[in-house]
Design a protein around this ligand. Sequence first.
Ligand SMILES: *Cc1c(COP(=O)(O)O)cnc(C)c1O
Length: 228
Amino acid sequence: MDYNHVMPRSSIRENVARLLAELQDGVELMAAAKTRTPEEVLEAVQAGIKLIGENYVREAKEAYALVGKSAEWHFIGTLRKHSVRRSMLEIFDMIESVDSLEIAGEIDRKCAQIGKTMPILIEVNSGREPQKSGVHPEGVEQLVRETSGLDNIKVMGLMTMGPFLADPEDSRPYFGDTRKVFEEVKSLALPHVDMRYLSMGMTDSYRVALKEGANIIRIGTGIFGERD
Ligand SMILES: *Cc1c(COP(=O)(O)O)cnc(C)c1O
């Protein structure tokens, strides 16, 4: 029986409160804001969200104009060299989707111009899917070593999407592999690297991701409702 037409959809405020109540200390709840209006993003912040994830620079600029520094901003979208611009680097507090030395080098170069050091996460293609961005798990250590030499970048951990699977429990091995690489790189204690954040899990899979050690979860639908 489908009750959706009679039950009021839970509000952004209720969704954020419920998720925050569920999380342990040390875990950050990101509102993944793609396709949402600036007003919806502001509502999430007023409900207690302290971290916003943006896939698109244009949407980020619009939401940032309304919300400003009352939350932290992470870029989580596909990054191309030409989209790395000063105006976007000024908004973001972290870029979670770095998967090549070329992109890292461009961020470094542009950040040097504005006197900023950008925290980054390395995106891991934990499912080794050809259509997905991210480095394969076996390439992570090398990319961390290479990017750690850049003055205006600070590697602070890993991010992964994982394959989309009907049963979130099936995501566990991909999250587990990412965590394993995270711990391995951390144990190397590389200079200028601070392995602190493991960003994994979305609306359908965050509980599994938390069990596998995530400390940033990225929730869109579970906060704002279905995307149109
Ligand atoms: C859209 C998106 C999310 C959130 O997805 P939901 O299933 O709506 O929770 C998380 N991470 C990234 C990188 C996304 O693009």
